[in-house]
Design a protein around this ligand. Structure first.
Ligand SMILES: Nc1ncnc2c1ncn2[C@@H]1O[C@H](COP(=O)(O)OP(=O)(O)OP(=O)(O)O)[C@@H](O)[C@H]1O
Length: 256
């Protein structure tokens, strides 16, 4: 389990501190897919980067299985947490299989030499994400959806109990969004992982996520199942405005 306690996230440089969200409390549970939603600029990426260890909290704590995150070494963390970002990988000159194999680097030592078991894990990761047929393709030739599946395969090859993803469904057509979200949900439940992803695909989130973290403009966090956040009015407050209404009965968005 991951737990955040009184977590404050933001940016500090020199004497300047920019707090993005403060006093956040929430948990992520194994076997669940949790979606992080909120308006542009509320701090979803900032929170994900902080949970991933790419930037330090301004205050508060992150616990992994009851132990403070900063008590683990980077090498230990790389066997616990994998992170999928939306940026295009800048290593263009690799095949899909070679890139997915980079997911094994926490286990393969300095030279990255793969053993038979590593190759088997890479093959299995390609299979689970349905991209075995792309194994020898150059990564620069992939479509957005194929690249996203490849990055998820790399995270799977890393064999961590926690996978964080920053907007994995951005730029995808609707069926591909559904496919990726269902795949991630099945991974969470089927392999007892923690899957935590940011997304703007609210209606899909309401149908597929086990739990939602809703970040507000005020820098607070509402946490609950889609039904709970619908019933307590959090989703209406986030979605409803002139011309848009959130229907709590059907948990869908109505445009007038
Ligand atoms: N390096 C930085 N230094 C200072 N402020 C930053 C930095 N990066 C982002 N911010 C600011 O932090 C706030 C939160 O940004 P963040 O990217 O986390 O939002 P987001 O919810 O992920 O947005 P979006 O949905 O548009 O991707 C924004 O006001 C942004 O301008």
């Amino acid at each position: 389990m991951i737990r955040i306690e009184n977590l404050t996230v933001g940016y500090a440089s020199g004497n300047n501190t920019r707090t993005v969200a403060a006093g956040l409390n929430a948990s992520l549970h194994s076997g669940e897919m949790t979606c992080l939603i909120g308006a542009n600029g509320v701090g979803k990426s900032t929170l994900l980067r902080t949970l991933s260890g790419f930037q330090s909290p301004l205050a508060g704590d992150i616990y992994i299985d009851g132990k403070r995150m900063n008590s683990h070494t980077p090498s230990q963390l790389s066997r616990m947490i994998s992170v999928v970002l939306t940026d295009r990988p800048d290593t263009g000159n690799l095949t899909v299989e070679e890139l997915v194999a980079l997911g094994r680097s926490p286990y393969t030592g300095f030279w990255g030499t793969l053993k038979d078991t590593d190759r088997e894990i890479v093959r299995e990761s390609l299979k689970q994400t349905g991209i075995e047929h792309l194994a020898s393709r150059m990564i620069g030739s992939l479509s957005d959806g194929e690249r996203q599946k490849m990055m998820i395969a790399k995270a799977l090859a890393q064999q961590t109990g926690v996978i964080y993803l920053d907007e994995p469904t951005a730029f995808l057509d609707y069926p591909s969004k559904v496919e990726i979200m269902q795949m991630l949900r099945n991974m969470a439940t089927g392999t007892d992982r923690i899957i935590f992803m940011s997304t703007h695909d609210i209606e899909l989130t309401l149908q597929i996520a086990d739990r939602i973290w809703l970040m507000t403009q005020e820098g607070t966090l509402h946490v609950g199942t889609p039904r709970e956040l619908s019933d307590n009015g959090s989703l209406s407050a986030f979605i409803s405005r002139a011309g848009i209404r959130f229907d709590t009965d059907t948990m869908s968005i109505r445009v007038k």
